[in-house]
Design a protein around this ligand. Structure first.
Ligand code: UDP
Length: 478
């Protein structure tokens, strides 16, 4: 068989959290659309959402699942806890990472048995560098974030500028990062802020180190969105990187767009009917991703802020444990008053379907990178409400570089639960993006959305980056 007839086979290994699995399955479809064979490695319960996402996909015969048992019990996790969104509390996070690291032997065995040509694995599997080396194939990392935040976090790690400030609230510039971007210590992860070394901080160091010695990085972004930072990542930090996104745009049919992640808590037709009854650009969509859970006090402030803004809205609510039992987290008579003007979705929403609807005119987001990029692709101005992870960098990109959004005023990195924001700030930020002041942001957002669609089209930058990546992988393999 000539090398041109051989089919490239890529193993993809996504971290078990929806914010990591969703873009990886989109990426699998993207590669499969170019005739590449894909094996997604996952665990029994997570395989259900992959199967559902792939159900309506026509080239799905090129994508197969390989299922490894998730060692929940061995790591001290409750049975059935295979996904970051089912961890009982943040205290169990170390157990979850322990379970993930126990996957190493069966994963290596699977790789040995299947002998793919390349591995694309999540940032949270730094040990896959060594595994790929032993098999003799390149490992590409998928972080699921932008080049902006990859650069910012690496400069922060290398130069530790936060060590030279006198308080947690004194702004300091991120060295070497283009654009004079300033941050405060409060917005950094607690283990960085307090300079403590624990299991997690050591793990993050390994993640970062594996980035500098892997083959390269696949990025869910597009060149025109953050050209200066893509160049910086490649030229200053010396990394090989291929921006091939927005990956969410791989999904074309309504069914595919709707079936991403968990089972939707609302019927898509009901949701579309509600949106169809609204005026263009009039609805605010509020969602904080797959992991953040706010307490009742914060939910009440959001409810009051939304009502005071006078805008129609779709609000996705994920509650903490205590609020799940407590029913009165909404102000008295709220849902009756909001009938027709506000739609509350308890649980999982078909986010991209909603964002892409012409009546949606603004997005209040926790700045998870998938959500941020989905907001960019939909051309909506955003209210930024970062909670944890690298979301404070994404906020900076939106508010100071792209200038397509305003911050709600979050000061503190507080993963899972969030900093506290009063209703007046919620109202004000929503008015800023939805009224006169937002017009300029909307124009800019519309331009970025056009560029996003262009980037994934046949003439676009992401399309040609994917071509180059495939060619490079073929030249290594055959
Ligand atoms: N998402 C969704 N419906 C929801 C909540 C989230 O479809 O109700 C999707 C969203 O479209 C995005 C992903 O889940 O693709 C969340 O990823 P992100 O990086 O924004 O945040 P994370 O959940 O990782 O904090």
């Amino acid at each position: 068989m000539g090398s041109e007839d051989r089919q490239l086979h890529i193993f993809m290994f996504p971290f078990m959290a929806h914010g990591h699995m969703i873009p990886m399955v989109d990426m699998a479809k993207l590669f499969a659309s170019r005739g590449i064979k894909i094996t997604i490695v996952t665990t029994p319960l997570n395989s259900i959402s992959f199967s559902k996402s792939l159900h309506n996909y026509s080239a799905d015969s090129l994508i197969q699942l390989l299922i490894l048992k998730f060692p929940s019990a061995e790591a001290g996790l409750p049975e059935g806890c295979e996904n970051a969104d089912s961890i009982p509390s943040m205290d169990f996070l170390p157990n979850f990472f322990r379970a993930v690291s126990l996957l190493q032997p069966p994963f290596e065995e699977a790789l040995q048995n299947n002998r793919p040509d390349c591995l694309i694995s999540d940032m949270f599997f730094p040990w896959t560098n060594d595994v790929a080396d032993r098999i003799g194939i390149p490992r590409l990392i998928f972080h699921g974030t932008s080049c902006f935040s990859l650069c910012a976090s690496e400069f922060m790690r290398l130069h530790e500028p936060y060590k030279h400030v006198s308080s947690d609230t004194e702004p300091f510039p991120i060295p070497y990062l283009p654009g004079d971007i300033k941050l405060t210590k409060m917005k950094l992860p607690i283990f960085v802020r307090e300079n403590t070394e624990n299991e997690f901080s050591k793990f993050i160091t390994k993640v970062k180190e594996s980035e500098s010695c892997c083959y390269g990085v696949v990025v869910n972004s597009f060149y025109e969105l953050e050209a200066e930072y893509v160049d910086c990542y490649k030229d200053v930090l010396g990394r090989k990187a291929w921006p091939i996104g927005p990956l969410s745009l791989t999904n074309k049919k309504t069914q595919e767009i709707t079936q991403r992640g968990r089972e939707s808590a609302i019927d898509e037709h009901e949701c579309l009917k509600w949106l169809d009854s609204q005026k263009p650009d009039s609805v605010v969509y509020i969602c904080f991703g797959s992991l953040a859970k706010f307490n009742s006090a914060q939910l009440k402030e959001i409810a009051n802020g939304l009502e005071a803004s006078g805008k129609n809205f779709i609000w996705v609510v994920r509650k903490g444990k205590e609020e799940e039992e407590e029913q009165n987290w909404l102000p008295e008579g709220y849902e009756e008053r909001m009938e027709g003007t506000g739609l509350i979705i308890r649980g999982w929403a078909p986010q991209v379907l909603i964002l892409d609807h012409p009546s949606v005119g603004g997005f209040v987001t926790h700045c998870g990178w998938n959500s941020t990029l989905e907001g960019v692709a939909a051309g909506v101005p955003m209210v930024t409400w970062p909670v944890g992870a690298e979301q404070f960098y994404n906020e900076k990109l939106v508010t100071e570089v792209l200038k397509t959004g305003v911050g709600v005023g979050i000061q503190k990195w507080a993963p899972g639960v969030g900093d506290f924001i009063e209703s007046e700030a919620v109202e004000k930020a929503i008015r800023r993006i939805m009224e006169k002041e937002g017009e300029e942001m909307r124009k800019r957002a519309t331009e970025f959305a056009k560029k996003a669609k262009w980037a994934v089209g046949e003439e676009g930058s992401s399309y040609s980056n994917l071509d180059s990546l495939i060619e490079e992988l073929k030249s290594l393999a055959f």
